[in-house]
Design a protein around this ligand. Structure first.
Ligand code: ZN
Length: 471
């Protein structure tokens, strides 16, 4: 079996001829725009050191939870895919064998966005022209390995080839940002900026919380055992991140709960959290208070705030125990934005200087809660269809549920949120195509003029992300 790999020019466009023709015209106007990637999880070290990527499996399989969670669901062990164990135990080290195992299961991805992204990466980044299958796995492996050894596949060269204008990474406040500093000092023109993600120091249930807060105190010279010192230390690190180019914070809480508590209660909760003797409901309260504190600091220092609630982290204790965080067993939960955000919105929802970008893993909240909230509060914007919904159907559903109440301009364009660096162009291309397809329907139904749709397509693909994230 020798199947050719090709990417159809009209992929993801409507099958209706009128709409398809409009979608093609709109897409032609945005296809080659630079990529603005305001939220993601690439490693700044890649760009600071600019060393070759190791091998095909280490680049494309082992770090990608979208990939290995599917294989795991069909009984393939994470050890056999080379995913490192936290105890340093034995896992597959042979990159080619991992790649072959992946290729044997490639059919599992039919109909998923991973298939679209991966085929795009093979075709556009590595010039592969045969479809991935057990029979072609070896020759495709060789081709990618050969590419990775060449200078035009070094991280900075790929960044330039992908036409990335700015790329945000995600770091803990304890991170010294050494790679970002090295990058800035190197004179390279690429723009890679950090994002302040304080979960390890504001979530009492984060493993090592008390130690992290102690360390935060050491770094900043503040007494983080006191409420005032703790807040001051967090503000200091925000200032440092901003000095290294950060324009945003990111908060990955289990729920969207926010609180506005009296100071004495905050002090009590901090003391309990640091002693490790805090009940789950109190930890929740503390996290909720910290979102409100972070919003207050954002009003002062101008950092854009992203709230990513609704993931039940590490749902599978056996996988978490053996492999740690981010191993494909985070599961979406129902989220209540209307009640949970109210304490924060009561204080800061009317602040024109504040931008809070809300994400959801609860699709049922789009038209019932999120679009009405973002369509009213000046401080609120809606982040794109994310994670499980970073997909053609997810994006379409998002536009259909959100646009009529919040418009396009309470949304913030696309972000790829990825660890898989070579897939960044693929992901942005899917978003551009799906948005053009959505706009084409509005034009075909005479709900929007085509010149308006052209402007909107440009804004969704490029301008809104820059504006919303102040990049
Ligand atoms: Zn993220």
């Amino acid at each position: 079996m020798d199947k050719r790999l090709s990417l159809h020019d009209d992929r993801l466009f409507p099958s209706d001829a009128t709409q398809r023709a409009i979608a093609r015209r709109l897409y032609a106007g945005v296809r080659t725009l630079p990529i603005v990637s305001p939220h993601g999880h690439t490693d700044p070290q890649w760009f600071a050191h600019n060393k070759p990527f190791a091998d095909p499996a280490t680049l494309l399989v082992i770090p990608d939870h979208y990939v290995f969670r599917m294989l795991y669901s069909h009984g393939v062990s994470l050890e056999s895919l080379g995913v490192p164990r936290t105890d340093g135990g034995l896992v597959e080290k042979d990159s080619r064998r991992i790649w072959q195992l992946f290729a044997q299961h490639w059919h599992l991805f039919r109909g998923t966005p991973t298939q679209i992204w991966f085929n795009h990466v093979l075709h556009e980044v590595f010039g592969v022209r045969e479809g991935l299958a057990p029979e072609s796995a070896d020759s495709i492996y060789d081709r990618i390995a050969d590419c990775l050894a060449r200078p035009e596949f070094l991280p900075r060269a790929l960044y330039e080839r992908f036409n990335i204008e700015v790329l945000s990474t995600t770091e803990s406040p304890l991170d010294p940002l050494a790679h970002h500093q090295k990058l800035r000092a190197s004179g390279w023109k690429g723009r890679v900026v950090p994002t302040y993600r304080p979960d390890p120091v504001v979530d009492p249930e984060f493993a090592g919380f008390a130690d992290h807060v102690l360390r935060l105190g050491e770094i900043t010279g503040e007494d983080t055992a006191t409420w005032t010192g703790y807040l001051q230390a967090l503000a200091n690190r925000r200032k440092f991140f901003a000095s290294q180019g950060a324009t945003a914070t990111d908060h990955g809480h289990p729920s969207a709960l926010t609180c506005d508590l009296p100071r004495s209660r905050c002090e009590t909760l901090l003391t309990k959290a640091l002693s490790g003797k805090i009940a789950p409901a109190e930890a929740q309260e503390f996290r909720g208070q910290m979102l409100t504190e972070m919003a207050r600091m954002s009003v002062e220092d101008g950092l854009v705030m992203q709230i990513h609630p609704g993931a039940y982290r590490n749902h599978n204790p056996r996988v978490f125990g053996a492999f740690g965080l981010d191993k494909g067993c985070d599961i979406p939960m129902r989220t209540d934005y209307v009640h949970d955000l109210k304490p924060l919105l009561d204080r800061f929802g009317n602040e024109k200087r504040l931008t809070i970008i809300l994400f959801t893993l609860d699709e049922s909240a789009y038209s019932r809660e999120l679009a009405p909230l973002a369509g009213h509060y000046p401080a609120l914007k809606l982040g794109p269809a994310w994670w499980f919904y970073d997909s053609p159907e997810g994006m379409r559903f998002y536009r259909e549920r959100v646009t009529e109440t919040a418009g396009f301009y309470n949304t913030v364009g696309f972000n790829d949120d990825t660890r898989a660096f070579p897939s960044i162009p693929a992901r942005h291309d899917v978003a551009r195509r799906v948005d053009c397809a959505f706009l084409a329907r509005l034009v075909a139904e005479h709900r929007l003029d085509e010149d308006e749709a052209r402007d909107v397509a440009l804004d969704l693909a490029y301008k809104l992300a820059k504006q919303a994230y102040r990049l």
